[in-house]
Design a protein around this ligand. Sequence first.
Ligand SMILES: *Cc1c(COP(=O)(O)O)cnc(C)c1O
Length: 392
Amino acid sequence: MERLAVNGGKPVRDGMLPYGHQWIDDEDIAAVVRSLKGDLITQGPDIEEFERIVAEYCGARYAVAVCNGTAALHAACAVAGVAAGDEVITSPITFAASANAVVYCGGKPVLADIREDSINIDPDEIVKKLTPQTRALIPVDFGGNPCDLDRIMDIARDRKITVIEDAAHALGAEYKGRKIGSIADMTVLSFHPVKHITTGEGGMILTDNARYYEKLKVFHHHGIVRKPENGQWYYEIDEPGHNFRITSFQCALGMSQMKRLDGFIQRRREIVKKYDEAFSATGEIITPVESEFCRATYHLYVIQLVQELLKAGRKQIFDALRAENIGVNVHYVPVHMHPFYRKKFGYKPGDYPVAERYYDRAITLPLFPRMSDQDVADVIKAVNKVVEAYRK
Ligand SMILES: *Cc1c(COP(=O)(O)O)cnc(C)c1O
């Protein structure tokens, strides 16, 4: 058996392979430079053009681009009317921003446990958490695998609850043949460098609802409502909004990236197939699932360790993989474990057993379109090497 790097052996590769990474090419750079040479570097025409391209791709009527995905979630909660006294149900296994956005609006994030197979919020658990105060649901398409959207939309529709889908992982994904972005009342995207396309920082809200759209335009631009009948300069603030604007040159980058989105997704799925094939016979590892009727776009590839078959815990295996120069990660520390959520809302370990069990066993392997076949082979080799060393 080969000596593990963590025990002084030779690492599988030189140089750390990150878990996610952007792919910027010369055309992207040229697009940004072109935009920077224009008259308006913020609020220029590239913004509307980018919004139009993403909305069309996702099958949504309207889109509002903003400065990041967190601002997009915040804006969506605000225009859905989330305010003090309201409850919003989301998943414990998500980036904290999904819950933080509710807090920004004065609301209470209520968590509903996940399904063991998809790692997505369990609709049966949502139903248990409904109260007359429930104002919105924020399902998160974990890792790019869509939630059970028909059921979630049904739960919400009967009760006039707004569904804000956190699709930060799921640009391009499909549910029953429909593109993500065309189903929920509002769908939120992120263009952080590790996501499917990047604008550096950036985010977007997609909707078919004209009223939400108009409110989003106002909210992300200070709350400014123009009243030209009172003079060209004149505007009013009915309700203070935020400056959540994105810049024109970021949208130029986004548009250029959109041209390669389908290729990016294809490459991600190719790598996933290689991982699935490599690990399908490894009893110590559970590989991610693609839900029925869904086409996932795999922002993340999370393996779960079957602890009963291993001599080492998750932390030890994580450290061993890092020592092999595989930039593994963990997604995510459950929302209810964060000190703020414990103190403010009284959550405690044990509240969400399925989420916690998942969290204790999860390791995210590197996955991004620019990975070479050699990178993929290195990951597979390192995982096999480490599992072999710690096999019971
Ligand atoms: C990335 C991400 C966000 C936030 O997006 P930013 O652009 O980083 O602000 C929100 N939710 C989830 C699930 C994410 O992965």
